[in-house]
Ligand binder design. Structure first.
Ligand code: ASP
Length: 439
Protein backbone atom coordinates (compact mmCIF):
# COMPACT_ATOMS: atom_id res chain seq x y z
CA UNK A 1 0.00 0.00 0.00
CA UNK A 2 1.38 3.41 -0.99
CA UNK A 3 -0.07 6.68 0.19
CA UNK A 4 0.69 10.25 -0.69
CA UNK A 5 0.01 12.58 2.19
CA UNK A 6 -0.36 16.30 1.61
CA UNK A 7 -0.44 18.67 4.56
CA UNK A 8 -1.91 22.15 4.25
CA UNK A 9 -0.48 25.35 5.69
CA UNK A 10 -2.40 25.32 8.96
CA UNK A 11 -1.20 21.74 9.58
CA UNK A 12 2.39 23.00 9.37
CA UNK A 13 2.14 26.47 10.87
CA UNK A 14 4.15 25.73 14.02
CA UNK A 15 6.38 23.12 15.65
CA UNK A 16 3.34 21.88 17.55
CA UNK A 17 1.49 21.26 14.31
CA UNK A 18 4.56 19.58 12.81
CA UNK A 19 4.55 17.16 15.74
CA UNK A 20 0.95 16.19 14.99
CA UNK A 21 1.92 15.64 11.38
CA UNK A 22 4.89 13.52 12.46
CA UNK A 23 2.63 11.27 14.55
CA UNK A 24 0.20 10.89 11.67
CA UNK A 25 2.97 9.86 9.28
CA UNK A 26 4.59 7.48 11.74
CA UNK A 27 1.26 5.85 12.55
CA UNK A 28 1.11 4.28 9.07
CA UNK A 29 4.16 3.03 7.18
CA UNK A 30 2.41 3.38 3.85
CA UNK A 31 2.52 7.17 4.22
CA UNK A 32 5.75 7.36 2.23
CA UNK A 33 5.42 10.43 0.04
CA UNK A 34 4.81 13.72 1.78
CA UNK A 35 3.77 16.98 0.14
CA UNK A 36 3.96 19.99 2.47
CA UNK A 37 2.52 23.47 2.01
CA UNK A 38 4.19 26.59 3.39
CA UNK A 39 3.46 27.47 7.04
CA UNK A 40 -0.03 28.93 7.25
CA UNK A 41 -1.79 30.90 9.96
CA UNK A 42 -1.10 29.99 13.59
CA UNK A 43 -4.04 32.06 14.80
CA UNK A 44 -6.89 33.99 13.22
CA UNK A 45 -5.14 37.25 12.36
CA UNK A 46 -1.77 35.70 11.59
CA UNK A 47 -0.21 35.98 8.12
CA UNK A 48 0.59 32.99 5.92
CA UNK A 49 4.25 32.71 4.98
CA UNK A 50 3.25 32.71 1.29
CA UNK A 51 1.66 36.14 1.75
CA UNK A 52 4.73 37.36 3.64
CA UNK A 53 6.90 36.22 0.75
CA UNK A 54 4.78 37.99 -1.85
CA UNK A 55 4.87 41.22 0.19
CA UNK A 56 8.60 40.93 0.79
CA UNK A 57 9.31 40.32 -2.86
CA UNK A 58 7.18 43.33 -3.87
CA UNK A 59 9.55 45.50 -1.87
CA UNK A 60 12.52 43.91 -3.61
CA UNK A 61 10.96 44.52 -6.98
CA UNK A 62 10.36 48.18 -6.13
CA UNK A 63 14.03 48.45 -5.21
CA UNK A 64 13.18 48.98 -1.51
CA UNK A 65 14.88 47.40 1.47
CA UNK A 66 13.30 44.04 2.24
CA UNK A 67 15.74 42.63 4.83
CA UNK A 68 13.48 43.18 7.81
CA UNK A 69 10.59 41.37 6.13
CA UNK A 70 12.82 38.51 5.01
CA UNK A 71 14.10 38.20 8.55
CA UNK A 72 10.55 37.91 9.86
CA UNK A 73 10.02 35.00 7.48
CA UNK A 74 13.28 33.41 8.58
CA UNK A 75 12.12 33.69 12.18
CA UNK A 76 8.96 31.72 11.38
CA UNK A 77 11.05 28.82 10.13
CA UNK A 78 13.60 29.07 12.92
CA UNK A 79 10.85 28.85 15.49
CA UNK A 80 9.68 25.61 13.93
CA UNK A 81 13.20 24.22 13.73
CA UNK A 82 13.87 25.11 17.37
CA UNK A 83 10.53 23.69 18.49
CA UNK A 84 11.33 20.41 16.77
CA UNK A 85 14.86 20.43 18.25
CA UNK A 86 16.45 19.94 14.85
CA UNK A 87 20.04 20.92 14.15
CA UNK A 88 19.13 22.13 10.67
CA UNK A 89 20.24 25.60 9.58
CA UNK A 90 18.57 27.48 6.73
CA UNK A 91 21.21 30.25 6.65
CA UNK A 92 22.56 29.24 3.25
CA UNK A 93 19.08 28.97 1.77
CA UNK A 94 18.14 32.42 3.06
CA UNK A 95 21.38 33.93 1.71
CA UNK A 96 20.52 32.56 -1.70
CA UNK A 97 16.93 33.79 -1.46
CA UNK A 98 18.15 37.28 -0.57
CA UNK A 99 20.47 37.30 -3.57
CA UNK A 100 17.74 36.02 -5.86
CA UNK A 101 15.32 38.66 -4.61
CA UNK A 102 17.93 41.35 -5.32
CA UNK A 103 18.30 40.08 -8.84
CA UNK A 104 14.48 40.03 -9.20
CA UNK A 105 13.96 36.32 -9.64
CA UNK A 106 10.19 36.79 -9.94
CA UNK A 107 7.19 36.55 -7.63
CA UNK A 108 6.55 32.91 -8.51
CA UNK A 109 10.03 32.01 -7.34
CA UNK A 110 9.51 34.12 -4.22
CA UNK A 111 6.24 32.42 -3.28
CA UNK A 112 7.61 28.96 -3.97
CA UNK A 113 10.27 29.38 -1.27
CA UNK A 114 7.54 28.93 1.34
CA UNK A 115 7.03 25.29 0.40
CA UNK A 116 10.71 24.75 -0.50
CA UNK A 117 11.90 25.72 2.99
CA UNK A 118 9.11 23.88 4.76
CA UNK A 119 10.00 20.83 2.67
CA UNK A 120 13.60 21.09 3.86
CA UNK A 121 12.43 21.08 7.49
CA UNK A 122 9.99 18.25 6.88
CA UNK A 123 12.66 16.10 5.20
CA UNK A 124 15.05 16.67 8.11
CA UNK A 125 12.33 16.02 10.67
CA UNK A 126 11.18 12.75 9.10
CA UNK A 127 14.59 11.76 7.79
CA UNK A 128 13.08 11.39 4.32
CA UNK A 129 14.77 12.32 1.05
CA UNK A 130 14.06 15.82 -0.33
CA UNK A 131 12.93 16.09 -3.96
CA UNK A 132 12.83 19.58 -5.46
CA UNK A 133 9.77 19.84 -7.74
CA UNK A 134 11.59 22.42 -9.88
CA UNK A 135 13.42 19.43 -11.38
CA UNK A 136 10.44 17.09 -11.74
CA UNK A 137 7.22 19.07 -12.20
CA UNK A 138 7.02 20.84 -15.54
CA UNK A 139 5.07 23.62 -17.18
CA UNK A 140 5.02 24.30 -20.90
CA UNK A 141 6.29 27.56 -22.35
CA UNK A 142 2.78 29.03 -22.35
CA UNK A 143 2.44 28.31 -18.63
CA UNK A 144 0.18 25.29 -18.98
CA UNK A 145 1.02 22.35 -16.73
CA UNK A 146 2.79 19.59 -18.68
CA UNK A 147 1.04 16.53 -17.28
CA UNK A 148 2.61 13.87 -19.50
CA UNK A 149 6.23 14.93 -19.14
CA UNK A 150 5.80 15.41 -15.40
CA UNK A 151 4.22 12.03 -14.97
CA UNK A 152 7.07 10.31 -16.83
CA UNK A 153 9.96 12.10 -15.17
CA UNK A 154 8.51 12.33 -11.65
CA UNK A 155 7.25 8.76 -11.85
CA UNK A 156 10.63 7.31 -12.74
CA UNK A 157 12.31 9.34 -10.01
CA UNK A 158 9.89 8.52 -7.19
CA UNK A 159 9.16 4.92 -8.02
CA UNK A 160 12.74 4.06 -7.16
CA UNK A 161 12.51 5.76 -3.78
CA UNK A 162 11.43 4.38 -0.45
CA UNK A 163 10.13 7.73 0.74
CA UNK A 164 10.39 11.42 -0.12
CA UNK A 165 9.26 14.93 0.73
CA UNK A 166 8.15 16.85 -2.35
CA UNK A 167 7.21 20.48 -1.59
CA UNK A 168 3.88 21.56 -3.01
CA UNK A 169 2.80 24.47 -5.17
CA UNK A 170 5.53 24.78 -7.81
CA UNK A 171 7.49 23.36 -10.70
CA UNK A 172 9.46 24.94 -13.51
CA UNK A 173 9.15 26.30 -17.04
CA UNK A 174 11.24 24.92 -19.93
CA UNK A 175 13.93 27.55 -19.28
CA UNK A 176 14.21 26.42 -15.65
CA UNK A 177 12.40 29.41 -14.10
CA UNK A 178 10.25 28.48 -11.14
CA UNK A 179 6.51 28.63 -11.74
CA UNK A 180 3.75 28.15 -9.18
CA UNK A 181 0.24 26.84 -9.58
CA UNK A 182 -2.54 29.19 -8.52
CA UNK A 183 -3.08 29.76 -4.78
CA UNK A 184 -3.76 26.61 -2.81
CA UNK A 185 -1.87 24.69 -5.48
CA UNK A 186 -0.09 22.25 -3.15
CA UNK A 187 -3.27 20.19 -3.42
CA UNK A 188 -2.49 19.80 -7.12
CA UNK A 189 1.08 18.72 -6.39
CA UNK A 190 -0.22 16.02 -4.04
CA UNK A 191 -2.48 14.73 -6.77
CA UNK A 192 0.33 14.79 -9.36
CA UNK A 193 2.60 12.82 -7.02
CA UNK A 194 -0.18 10.31 -6.29
CA UNK A 195 -0.64 9.69 -9.99
CA UNK A 196 3.10 9.44 -10.65
CA UNK A 197 3.69 6.76 -8.03
CA UNK A 198 0.39 4.93 -8.66
CA UNK A 199 -0.63 5.56 -5.07
CA UNK A 200 -3.48 3.62 -3.51
CA UNK A 201 -4.76 6.68 -1.68
CA UNK A 202 -4.11 10.40 -1.78
CA UNK A 203 -4.63 11.73 1.73
CA UNK A 204 -5.13 15.45 1.91
CA UNK A 205 -4.72 16.65 5.50
CA UNK A 206 -6.21 19.99 6.38
CA UNK A 207 -7.95 21.66 9.32
CA UNK A 208 -11.49 20.42 8.75
CA UNK A 209 -12.86 16.89 8.91
CA UNK A 210 -13.94 16.84 5.27
CA UNK A 211 -16.50 18.48 3.06
CA UNK A 212 -19.65 19.62 4.76
CA UNK A 213 -23.08 19.08 3.29
CA UNK A 214 -23.64 22.82 3.36
CA UNK A 215 -21.79 26.02 4.19
CA UNK A 216 -21.35 26.31 8.00
CA UNK A 217 -21.76 30.09 7.76
CA UNK A 218 -25.37 29.41 6.78
CA UNK A 219 -26.16 26.09 8.49
CA UNK A 220 -25.17 25.54 12.11
CA UNK A 221 -23.02 22.42 12.44
CA UNK A 222 -23.76 20.81 9.10
CA UNK A 223 -22.87 17.15 8.75
CA UNK A 224 -19.73 15.94 7.00
CA UNK A 225 -20.06 14.24 3.61
CA UNK A 226 -18.70 10.70 3.99
CA UNK A 227 -18.28 9.83 0.32
CA UNK A 228 -18.57 11.99 -2.75
CA UNK A 229 -17.76 11.23 -6.39
CA UNK A 230 -15.38 13.36 -8.45
CA UNK A 231 -18.34 14.41 -10.60
CA UNK A 232 -20.48 15.42 -7.65
CA UNK A 233 -17.61 17.46 -6.31
CA UNK A 234 -17.24 19.24 -9.64
CA UNK A 235 -20.93 20.08 -9.51
CA UNK A 236 -20.40 21.46 -6.02
CA UNK A 237 -17.41 23.50 -7.10
CA UNK A 238 -18.97 26.64 -5.60
CA UNK A 239 -18.01 25.28 -2.22
CA UNK A 240 -15.16 22.91 -3.05
CA UNK A 241 -12.36 25.34 -3.55
CA UNK A 242 -12.04 26.26 0.11
CA UNK A 243 -11.21 22.69 1.11
CA UNK A 244 -9.50 21.34 -2.00
CA UNK A 245 -8.12 23.15 -5.05
CA UNK A 246 -10.48 22.53 -7.96
CA UNK A 247 -7.72 21.29 -10.25
CA UNK A 248 -6.51 18.71 -7.73
CA UNK A 249 -9.06 16.21 -8.93
CA UNK A 250 -7.78 15.84 -12.48
CA UNK A 251 -4.45 13.98 -12.05
CA UNK A 252 -5.83 11.35 -9.64
CA UNK A 253 -9.03 11.03 -11.62
CA UNK A 254 -6.97 9.79 -14.57
CA UNK A 255 -5.90 6.83 -12.43
CA UNK A 256 -9.01 6.36 -10.32
CA UNK A 257 -7.10 7.07 -7.10
CA UNK A 258 -9.40 8.08 -4.22
CA UNK A 259 -8.73 11.25 -2.25
CA UNK A 260 -9.34 11.20 1.48
CA UNK A 261 -9.73 14.62 3.09
CA UNK A 262 -8.56 14.39 6.71
CA UNK A 263 -8.18 16.66 9.71
CA UNK A 264 -4.70 17.01 11.22
CA UNK A 265 -6.28 18.25 14.44
CA UNK A 266 -8.73 15.33 14.63
CA UNK A 267 -6.85 12.44 13.02
CA UNK A 268 -9.38 9.84 14.14
CA UNK A 269 -12.15 11.43 12.10
CA UNK A 270 -12.70 9.48 8.90
CA UNK A 271 -13.02 12.61 6.78
CA UNK A 272 -14.48 12.67 3.30
CA UNK A 273 -13.67 10.16 0.55
CA UNK A 274 -13.65 11.48 -2.99
CA UNK A 275 -13.98 8.57 -5.38
CA UNK A 276 -14.65 7.88 -9.03
CA UNK A 277 -17.73 5.83 -8.45
CA UNK A 278 -19.28 4.06 -5.50
CA UNK A 279 -22.13 1.78 -4.67
CA UNK A 280 -22.24 3.32 -1.21
CA UNK A 281 -25.48 5.15 -0.87
CA UNK A 282 -25.12 8.64 0.50
CA UNK A 283 -26.83 9.00 3.83
CA UNK A 284 -29.37 11.37 2.36
CA UNK A 285 -30.83 11.73 -1.12
CA UNK A 286 -28.61 14.72 -1.62
CA UNK A 287 -24.85 14.69 -1.16
CA UNK A 288 -24.37 18.43 -0.80
CA UNK A 289 -25.72 21.91 -1.38
CA UNK A 290 -23.57 24.79 -2.53
CA UNK A 291 -24.27 28.16 -3.99
CA UNK A 292 -22.97 31.53 -4.85
CA UNK A 293 -24.35 35.04 -5.03
CA UNK A 294 -23.62 37.68 -7.61
CA UNK A 295 -24.98 36.44 -10.90
CA UNK A 296 -26.80 38.26 -13.68
CA UNK A 297 -29.24 36.81 -16.15
CA UNK A 298 -29.49 38.05 -19.70
CA UNK A 299 -32.81 37.05 -21.08
CA UNK A 300 -32.98 37.05 -24.89
CA UNK A 301 -36.36 36.76 -26.57
CA UNK A 302 -37.26 36.20 -30.17
CA UNK A 303 -40.43 34.90 -31.75
CA UNK A 304 -39.90 31.55 -33.44
CA UNK A 305 -36.50 31.21 -31.86
CA UNK A 306 -36.98 27.48 -31.59
CA UNK A 307 -36.92 27.01 -35.33
CA UNK A 308 -34.03 29.32 -36.06
CA UNK A 309 -30.85 27.33 -36.54
CA UNK A 310 -27.75 28.86 -34.96
CA UNK A 311 -29.52 31.36 -32.68
CA UNK A 312 -27.91 30.02 -29.52
CA UNK A 313 -24.49 29.96 -31.09
CA UNK A 314 -24.78 33.58 -32.17
CA UNK A 315 -25.81 34.71 -28.69
CA UNK A 316 -23.05 32.74 -26.99
CA UNK A 317 -20.54 34.02 -29.52
CA UNK A 318 -21.06 37.50 -28.20
CA UNK A 319 -20.15 36.35 -24.69
CA UNK A 320 -17.09 34.58 -26.02
CA UNK A 321 -15.98 37.62 -27.99
CA UNK A 322 -16.21 39.69 -24.81
CA UNK A 323 -14.25 37.16 -22.78
CA UNK A 324 -17.18 36.29 -20.50
CA UNK A 325 -17.79 32.70 -19.47
CA UNK A 326 -21.35 31.60 -18.89
CA UNK A 327 -22.57 29.56 -15.97
CA UNK A 328 -25.94 28.25 -17.21
CA UNK A 329 -28.11 28.64 -20.27
CA UNK A 330 -31.67 27.55 -19.63
CA UNK A 331 -34.03 28.10 -22.54
CA UNK A 332 -37.73 28.27 -23.39
CA UNK A 333 -39.46 28.01 -26.72
CA UNK A 334 -38.82 31.64 -27.64
CA UNK A 335 -36.34 32.61 -24.96
CA UNK A 336 -32.80 31.88 -24.05
CA UNK A 337 -31.29 33.03 -20.78
CA UNK A 338 -27.60 33.30 -20.09
CA UNK A 339 -26.36 33.35 -16.50
CA UNK A 340 -23.01 35.06 -15.97
CA UNK A 341 -20.95 36.33 -13.04
CA UNK A 342 -22.07 39.88 -12.42
CA UNK A 343 -18.57 41.21 -11.79
CA UNK A 344 -17.29 39.80 -15.09
CA UNK A 345 -20.26 41.14 -17.00
CA UNK A 346 -20.93 44.58 -15.57
CA UNK A 347 -18.31 46.61 -17.42
CA UNK A 348 -19.15 44.98 -20.70
CA UNK A 349 -22.93 44.81 -20.48
CA UNK A 350 -23.73 47.37 -23.19
CA UNK A 351 -21.22 45.82 -25.59
CA UNK A 352 -22.89 42.47 -25.01
CA UNK A 353 -26.39 43.84 -25.53
CA UNK A 354 -25.49 45.57 -28.77
CA UNK A 355 -23.47 42.56 -29.87
CA UNK A 356 -26.46 40.26 -29.42
CA UNK A 357 -28.69 42.68 -31.32
CA UNK A 358 -26.24 42.83 -34.18
CA UNK A 359 -25.58 39.12 -34.43
CA UNK A 360 -28.80 37.41 -33.37
CA UNK A 361 -31.43 40.08 -34.04
CA UNK A 362 -33.65 39.27 -31.05
CA UNK A 363 -36.94 41.03 -30.25
CA UNK A 364 -35.94 42.03 -26.71
CA UNK A 365 -33.11 41.68 -24.23
CA UNK A 366 -33.76 41.94 -20.55
CA UNK A 367 -31.10 41.93 -17.84
CA UNK A 368 -31.68 41.00 -14.23
CA UNK A 369 -28.99 41.45 -11.59
CA UNK A 370 -28.32 40.30 -8.00
CA UNK A 371 -29.18 36.66 -8.45
CA UNK A 372 -27.78 33.65 -6.65
CA UNK A 373 -27.35 30.12 -7.96
CA UNK A 374 -27.72 27.09 -5.73
CA UNK A 375 -26.57 23.63 -6.76
CA UNK A 376 -28.29 20.72 -5.06
CA UNK A 377 -26.17 17.69 -5.87
CA UNK A 378 -26.59 13.99 -5.26
CA UNK A 379 -25.99 10.71 -7.05
CA UNK A 380 -28.98 9.48 -5.04
CA UNK A 381 -31.35 11.67 -7.06
CA UNK A 382 -31.25 9.40 -10.07
CA UNK A 383 -32.99 6.59 -8.28
CA UNK A 384 -35.34 8.65 -6.14
CA UNK A 385 -38.64 10.05 -7.23
CA UNK A 386 -39.80 13.45 -6.16
CA UNK A 387 -36.51 15.12 -5.27
CA UNK A 388 -37.30 18.21 -7.30
CA UNK A 389 -40.82 18.24 -5.86
CA UNK A 390 -39.45 18.27 -2.33
CA UNK A 391 -36.97 21.03 -3.08
CA UNK A 392 -39.60 23.30 -4.57
CA UNK A 393 -42.17 22.59 -1.89
CA UNK A 394 -39.57 23.50 0.73
CA UNK A 395 -38.72 26.72 -1.09
CA UNK A 396 -42.38 27.64 -1.45
CA UNK A 397 -42.91 27.10 2.28
CA UNK A 398 -39.95 29.32 3.00
CA UNK A 399 -41.47 31.98 0.77
CA UNK A 400 -38.62 31.90 -1.72
CA UNK A 401 -39.41 32.76 -5.30
CA UNK A 402 -37.57 30.48 -7.73
CA UNK A 403 -36.28 32.41 -10.73
CA UNK A 404 -34.66 29.56 -12.64
CA UNK A 405 -34.47 25.78 -12.58
CA UNK A 406 -31.94 23.69 -14.47
CA UNK A 407 -31.61 19.96 -14.04
CA UNK A 408 -28.51 18.52 -15.66
CA UNK A 409 -29.19 15.53 -17.88
CA UNK A 410 -26.99 13.42 -15.64
CA UNK A 411 -29.68 13.74 -12.95
CA UNK A 412 -26.86 14.48 -10.59
CA UNK A 413 -27.79 18.03 -9.80
CA UNK A 414 -30.51 20.60 -9.82
CA UNK A 415 -29.52 24.23 -10.17
CA UNK A 416 -31.85 26.82 -8.75
CA UNK A 417 -31.71 30.56 -9.32
CA UNK A 418 -33.06 32.83 -6.58
CA UNK A 419 -32.63 36.47 -5.58
CA UNK A 420 -29.42 37.21 -3.65
CA UNK A 421 -31.59 38.18 -0.68
CA UNK A 422 -33.24 34.77 -0.60
CA UNK A 423 -29.99 32.83 -0.82
CA UNK A 424 -29.52 31.86 2.84
CA UNK A 425 -33.21 31.15 3.40
CA UNK A 426 -33.26 28.88 0.37
CA UNK A 427 -30.21 26.88 1.47
CA UNK A 428 -31.65 26.46 4.97
CA UNK A 429 -34.94 25.26 3.56
CA UNK A 430 -33.28 22.67 1.32
CA UNK A 431 -30.93 21.43 4.05
CA UNK A 432 -33.84 21.17 6.42
CA UNK A 433 -36.00 19.09 4.17
CA UNK A 434 -33.30 16.55 3.27
CA UNK A 435 -31.03 16.39 6.29
CA UNK A 436 -32.88 17.64 9.36
CA UNK A 437 -36.16 15.96 8.62
CA UNK A 438 -34.36 13.09 6.86
CA UNK A 439 -36.71 12.56 3.96
N1 ASP B 1 1.19 28.18 0.07
C1 ASP B 1 0.42 28.36 -1.11
C2 ASP B 1 -0.77 29.27 -0.81
O1 ASP B 1 -0.87 29.82 0.28
C3 ASP B 1 -0.01 27.09 -1.72
C4 ASP B 1 -0.76 26.13 -0.83
O2 ASP B 1 -0.81 26.33 0.38
O3 ASP B 1 -1.32 25.19 -1.34
O4 ASP B 1 -1.59 29.46 -1.65
Amino acid sequence: MKKVVKFGGSSLASAEQFCKVGSIIHADTSRRFVVPSAPGKRFKDDTKVTDMLYACYNLAEEGKDFKKQLNEIKKRYEEIIAGLKLTLSLDEEFKKIEKDFMSKAGSNYAASRGEFLNGKIMAAYLDYAFVDPADYIFFKEDGEFDADKTNDVLGSKLQKMENAVIPGFYGSLPDGTVKTFSRGGSDITGSIVARAIHADIYENWTDVSGFLIADPRIIINPEVIETITYRELRELSYMGATVLHEDAIFPVRKEGIPINIRNTNAPDDKGTWIVESTCQKSKYVITGIAGKKGFCSINVEKDMMNSEIGFGRKVLNVFEDNGISFEHVPSGIDTLTVFVHQDEFMDKEQQVVSGIHRLAKPDTIDIEADLALIAVVGRGMKSTRGTAGRIFAALAHADVNVKMIDQGSSELNIIIGVRNDDFETAIKAIYDIFVETRI
